[in-house]
Design a protein around this ligand. Sequence first.
Ligand code: HEM
Length: 411
Amino acid sequence: MTENVVTENDEVLFDPFAPGFTDDPYPQYRQLREAGPVYQHPLGFWLLTQHAEVSDLLRSGLSVEDRNLGPSPMRDLREQAGIDVDPRAGGLSMLDRDPPDHTRLRSLVSKVFTPRSIAALEPEVTALVDEALDRIAEAGSVDLVEELAFPLPFAVISRMLGMPPVDHVRLRELTAQLVRSLEPVNDPATLAAIAAADAELSAVIADVIAWKRDNEADDLLTALIAAEHDGDVLSDEELVAQVVLLYVAGHETTVNLIAGGVLALLREPDQLALLRERPDLAGAATEELLRYDSPVQLSRRITLEPHTILGHVIPPGSFVIASLASANRDERFWGPDADQVRIDRPDARRHVSFGGGPHHCLGAALARLEARVAFGRLVERFDTLALDGEVEWNGRINLRGPGRLPVSVTA
Ligand code: HEM
């Protein structure tokens, strides 16, 4: 091992449960990058924080399934919680599967979730944003998460799928529970709550699919039910898992991009002014805001065989965590202004916020569309847009973003 590996006898450099981390994780990530590109935590997992290694890891095709692993702290936790399957890695969604299943699930879903079907949504997305902005204009002072950042992606994915009128409040609670499976979890009670939410949400979606079989329409659910690729179709359980993934990923991530992006602009008034002057920069600004505050901060992989990174041999059965958020601020890659927002940064699109390699985000075009329209229309519509109180973060380590963003506007 070289001096770049911090071993278990050394100081703990990564502590996502430390006070303040979920408000601002970037100082810890900076320290980690300074310590070196590969860090082994005393608990045994590995963490990558620099752009080059994170990009390579995502493209490496390492496993995402942990069912083949031997004893692990997560397994111990599951036993204490009385559940035998990890609600995440036990799932049948493409996010948690390796080839050949990943390849077939992804091709079946990609067949109906196409760039063309997403581009066609622009008028509907614009209308939804404008309706939200009307309500905001009338109120004058609002929580932007509640009035725009959450309802927009929630409405878009619900309409795309063709969800029937269901209890949206309960569904929102369940998805909020379920996304905790993507967070580092360190207590059995949380794990049990996640597993219960997973079971309930899957049951609701199974009912929705049964209803949709008798109520076909021009929507994604109908298309997914009918999807066939080279004679292959989704099994009932696979269908439920892909729909849960699209539904949850469809809004629990984009909310962070819209709210985090607006907050970043509010904190850098010259950049907000630049966007106001040059609304044609809304697409470029979306890339820069994705880079600046990664809506999904971490991605994890599992080694089933020895894996070498910069001469460090990571043994089989290890968790390797890639900090997308840290890679997006790596000064070695982005230069000395990595911690600043520059909406006209020429290479901002090289961020890793949508992951990379075989699991690269399937919804990237949809997220980009929603954010670009939201940022662009906000500055076009309002002469002033200002923070109007304390920002509260959502307390998450991975799907991190503002939980409350009070703003005031004048038209
Ligand atoms: C995968 C980020 C929005 C659907 C991913 C991954 C990331 C990501 C990082 C890869 C995870 C990994 O490799 O471990 C984001 C961000 C979004 C966003 C930052 C918004 C700003 C969406 C939307 C949808 C979506 C709107 C769909 C409606 C998916 C799916 C996968 C995925 C289906 C799994 C792909 C696979 O495993 O092959 N996303 N996502 N995402 N995302 Fe997104």
